[in-house]
Design a protein around this ligand. Sequence first.
Ligand code: AMP
Length: 177
Amino acid sequence: MSTHTIKKLDAAIRDIHDFPKEGIVFKDITPLLLQPDTFKLAISELIKTAAGQKVDKIIGIDARGFIFGAVVAHEMGIGFIPVRKLGKLPHDTESISYSLEYGEAEIEIHRDSILPGENVLIIDDLLATGGTAAATVQLVQRLGGNLIGASFLIELTFLNGREVLGKDVPIHSLLTY
Ligand code: AMP
């Protein structure tokens, strides 16, 4: 990615201090969504992370992963799968609980969304501790999907999410902080 592209994406992300609680610097991607050319740039760079690979479906993680993942899927002409927080998906689901910094969370996927052997790419806005993405990886594996990678707009490297995901998952992040 060129320095110009990195600068353009970086300039469209706003730091909100002490949100949602004290000590957290929240990476607000809503300014980027308001700039059509920068939003387009983010999408095309996310698509490039899968260059040369056959991708059958995109998985987007609740909720900002839906914004980026759905557009990537639409642009690539492939299906989109939402991984949602517990209780939102209406059909048969596979679910998994995982630990957050404080407490537990649970996410779900529709069982019929991935066919065994299909190549899937996970998309989310941000890789922090990696808990959410690692749980999503497990859901993909349980359904017999072939995970080709996980791509993020932002990675907070100091939280070591990459290690939680493990070496078997190719990870791409457009911006690292
Ligand atoms: P984690 O499971 O810790 O990797 O957290 C991942 C999810 O939490 C991502 O989908 C982000 O949307 C959100 N998140 C965590 N930390 C931040 C942050 N500092 N700024 C914005 N979003 C965050």
